[in-house]
Design a protein around this ligand. Structure first.
Ligand code: 5GP
Length: 197
């Protein structure tokens, strides 16, 4: 990984667009983002690092860079993370070099990150575009979280609690997109990102 001095970044305007998308577990943000990226190949997704165990359908380097806590903490210390946060007992973070290189090339980069990380990004990049993907209702959110087969009961409870906390932060984002219909939500985000000035 390149050794990039974060102090040179500050609040400089980025050449490419930095797009931050958050939303609670159960908002369907993963599906929305996947569809958005299919339609808009000019948006580059940053692959995050995490200490969470890999799920069966996930691939290292594609869905996440999976690593242990020691390695993650070493990267934080070395300044290799653009932002990082603890979510449901695990570290998650954005490797800096990929994002900074793309932005410097004038390319658009999308970060799919939780609310604390989004706050850190905004303090560094005031121009970042922030979008919060919301489920249609709290009841629907609860239903979706219960249905998830990827976590055990304790983790479902934990993620539900975090989801409700995250929902309370949605007002801090530039835009809130309600995921009631996949194609509609994706079109709405496209319009937000590519709106004529
Ligand atoms: P999951 O374990 O379901 O893949 O992700 C849990 C949460 O971590 C999601 O809200 C996801 O958006 C967030 N997340 C994924 N990557 C990052 C990252 O690099 N930084 C931060 N702050 N959050 C992340």
């Amino acid at each position: 990984m390149n050794n990039i001095n974060m102090n040179t970044v500050g609040n400089e305007k980025t050449k490419g667009m930095l797009i931050v998308v958050s939303g609670p577990s159960g908002s369907g943000k993963g599906t929305v983002i996947k569809r958005l990226l299919e339609k808009r190949p000019e948006i580059y997704l940053s692959v995050s690092a995490t200490t969470r165990p890999k799920r069966e359908n996930e691939e290292d380097g594609v869905h996440y860079y999976f690593m242990n806590k020691t390695e993650f903490e070493r990267k934080i210390k070395a300044g290799e993370m653009l932002e990082h946060a603890v979510f449901a007992e695990n570290y998650y973070g954005t490797p800096a070099s990929y994002v900074l290189e793309r932005l410097e090339n004038g390319q658009n980069v999308l970060l799919e990150i939780e609310v604390d990380g989004a706050g850190q990004i905004l303090t560094k990049y005031r121009d970042a575009l922030t979008v919060f993907i919301s489920p249609p209702s709290m009841d629907e959110l609860r239903r979706r979280l219960q249905k998830r087969g990827t976590e055990n009961e304790r983790m479902i409870q934990k993620r539900t609690k975090i989801a409700f906390r995250e929902m309370r932060e949605r007002g801090n984002y530039d835009y809130i997109v309600i995921n009631d219909d996949l194609e509609r939500a994706v079109t709405e985000i496209e319009n937000i990102i590519f709106k004529p000035n």
